[in-house]
Design a protein around this ligand. Structure first.
Ligand code: S3P
Length: 435
């Protein structure tokens, strides 16, 4: 439901511990691999956010039995080669991960279908996956060169590829690896900087052989996967909003329990450390192929820094909230090499700069990032979410330090990745007030 949400706090402090919802990237992949594999897959800790629910709906239409009870999901699949043709379009909603990874998966299946998305997703570039997939022999078209959804796919025989990726993108890498799993011969993907490797780790959990060496991943086609059990750790990209809150708000200290600590995702922790926040790793475990643990983040005086190069893919989704953090840090923060932000759910460079400027931040957009000077006090006011969950959450966290309330035009989009976000926000602030 679209409606304005007012967020206001009176001298808040954040305390206590939270277990953030399951990782969005890993939840998608658990449903995808559980559906490709033959047999039963049990998923625990699944993110019941809008994006991941779209992935479940798609596989149900392909004839996979998927039963969900909260964050537990049971998948019983006949295996990729026994899927049926759907009677309706496959709708990916707002989810870029669903759309791009499905293009790779469907290319090597025996399914004929059409993939669609919402208004935002229908404007996001798809050529980055359709071009390599077409050169593997995939039949994907929309009559306009395959740049945007809707796209029609006729799954069939495809062959391996040796591909140098022009952008570091886990979605592109994963789409090609999924296609490679069902292609003839070997598929090799090379990245400029290592992006999140959840696909590679989960392939191994499902019994596939996949090789990773530096920035290169290779897989041999024709491997059959068997159903297995998957435990999804908490999403560090969701935790990032409260990590930044704890770092910015004086007197705060929050423990993040069972949060994913895959090194291809922990750039935010490195940035918090370098900017001066107190970061303690309380414990670290590694179950089912993905490391996770408990991290404590506490407030301390913050300083600006440069964020660029190979760290960017490891914190790409955290850059909106890092920009807010930078408004409270002494000195200049320069974010560069992040042009990918322009093709996310919205143009996040333009959107973050517009919204933080409204609050009085000193922030300038560049072609591939932002320059932020701090510290600056932030006023309250009306902010737009652009229908982008991460912009909506950034606006809500800004209210913790703003001089007056913040009104978010549409906060419902937050349910895309963090359905109980406001409950957790209230819980942490209430615990802080009670101390
Ligand atoms: C994702 C990869 C990232 C990220 C997105 C999820 C994934 O996109 O922004 O939220 O699950 O593979 P890119 O790999 O395109 O940068």
């Amino acid at each position: 439901m679209v409606g304005t949400k007012t967020v206001q706090f009176d001298h808040p402090v954040l305390k206590g511990k939270i277990k953030v919802p399951g990782d969005k990237s890993i939840s998608h992949r658990a449903i995808m691999l559980g559906s490709i594999a033959q047999g039963r897959t049990a998923v625990k800790g699944f993110l019941d956010g809008e994006d991941c629910l779209r992935t479940i709906d798609i596989f149900k239409q392909l004839g996979v039995s998927i039963e969900r009870s909260g964050t537990d999901v049971l998948i019983d699949s006949p295996g990729i080669y026994n899927w049926k043709n759907p009677t309706n379009d496959l709708y990916a909603g707002n989810s870029g991960t669903t759309a791009r990874l499905m293009l790779g998966i469907l290319s090597g299946s025996a399914v004929t279908c059409r993939l669609t998305g919402d208004e935002s997703l229908s404007k996001r570039p798809m050529k980055r996956v359709t071009v390599p997939l077409q050169s593997m022999g995939a039949s994907i078209s929309n009559g306009e060169g395959g740049e945007y959804l809707p796209l029609s796919i006729a799954g069939g025989a495809i062959k391996g590829i040796d591909y140098n990726m022009p952008v570091a993108s886990a979605q592109v890498k994963s789409a090609i690896l999924f296609a490679g799993l069902n292609a003839e011969g070997i598929t090799v993907v090379k990245e400029k900087a290592v992006s999140r490797d959840h696909t590679e780790r989960m392939f191994k959990q499902f019994g596939a052989k996949i090789e990773q060496e530096g920035n290169t991943v290779s897989i041999t086609g024709g491997q059959l996967l068997k159903g297995t059990n998957v435990i999804v750790p908490g999403d560090i990209s969701s935790a990032a909003f409260f990590m930044v809150a704890a770092a910015m708000v004086e007197g705060s200290s929050v423990d993040f329990v069972d949060v994913g600590l895959n090194p291809t995702r922990t750039g935010i922790i490195e940035v918090l450390r370098q900017m001066g926040a107190q970061v303690e790793v309380i414990d670290q475990k590694g179950e089912a192929g993905e490391p996770y643990g408990t991290i404590r983040i506490s407030h301390a005086p913050l300083k600006g820094m440069e964020i660029s190069g190979t760290i960017i893919p490891t914190l790409i989704d955290e850059l909106p909230i890092i920009a807010l953090l930078a408004t409270q840090a002494e000195g200049t923060t320069v974010i560069k090499d992040a042009a990918e932000l322009r093709v996310k759910e919205t143009d996040r460079i333009a959107a973050v700069t517009n919204e933080l400027t409204k609050l009085g931040a000193q922030i300038e957009a560049t072609e591939d990032g932002m320059i932020i000077k701090g510290p600056t006090p932030l006023s309250g006011g009306n902010l737009e979410s652009y229908g982008d969950h991460r912009l909506g959450m950034m606006a809500a966290i800004a209210a913790l330090i703003s001089e007056s309330s913040i009104q978010i035009d549409d906060a419902s989009c937050i349910a895309i990745s963090y359905p109980n976000f406001f409950d957790h926000l209230t819980k942490l602030v209430t615990a802080g007030n009670e101390e």
